[in-house]
Design a protein around this ligand. Sequence first.
Ligand code: FAD
Length: 289
Amino acid sequence: MKLSNLWNEKPVTLSFEAFPPKKDVDFDTVRFAIEQIAELKPDFMSVTYGAGGSTAAYTAEIARIVQAGHGVPALAHLTCVSSNRDRIQQELENLKAVGVENILALRGDYPQGYDPNAPRDYRYAADLIKEIRAFGGFDVGAACYPEGHTECRSQEEDLLHLKEKVDCGVDFLTTQMFFDNSVLYSFLYRAQRVGIQVPVLAGIMPVTNAAQMTQILNLSGSTPPYRFRMLLDRFRERPDAMKQAGIVYAAEQIVDLVANGIRGIHVYTMNRPDVAAKLLENLSGVLGR
Ligand code: FAD
């Protein structure tokens, strides 16, 4: 199923993110967790793509399992920074062969020691989007950053690049995680002003592990509000309390987003079926499920 049909059919969509294993030995464990998440019947599941393509084959395989085994549409992520044209064509053929119809087109982070000015086939995600469009047959999503992408000098400049990216043929956007809904509302207002009209799915991360969260915050460039920092500080050493508080915080964010008319909630479930299930338990009515 092409995802752009979803927003015509449903007032609010719920999607979960899965990430494939990095090593063969982990495949069965990760697959089991992802299948449990799929059994919760989200409207779709996105499947990440390892930086540098390290889990490329697994992305297609997990997407196939989610779709064929559980009837849940898949959104396969694809990055281009470390790829050449032949490789991307091969990836597109592979995804098509397993029945994937939706791709989240990304540049990807620069690998360590990489020279960003070195000649390469794809400079930005926009270049990949054009290539996927030319290939045909896929709905195309892209990433956006309500607080601005970490490399960009200003939010204004980042937004103009985002508009250029959308104009290359993007059907929908998924946001980087954020922990303060007012950040998203302000971003949506600014995005509308530059003419971005595609659906924007709000990326929500239920925090269940404080140490991991500190690392993620550094990488993502998200600024946690005071209330959220207090929660991390208070429950850092108590995993059960941290998990409960993290799920409640995410649930509160989602209630507020839906109440304010946001049409798509994308949850970074980190391959945790227990977290996804708990969140759903609290929100089934809010999400109309
Ligand atoms: P782009 O849209 O190309 O933007 C990158 C930077 O370049 C931005 O600062 C932008 O402002 C700037 N820029 C764009 N166009 C121009 C231009 N014409 N001139 C000058 N500057 C320009 N990474 C993975 O490795 N695997 C994943 O599966 C994955 N999934 C993700 C899912 C989501 C929802 C998000 C938000 C991120 C994900 N990432 C993933 C991380 C992503 O790859 C990185 O954030 C990466 O650094 C940027 O990718 P992008 O597609 O947003 O890049």
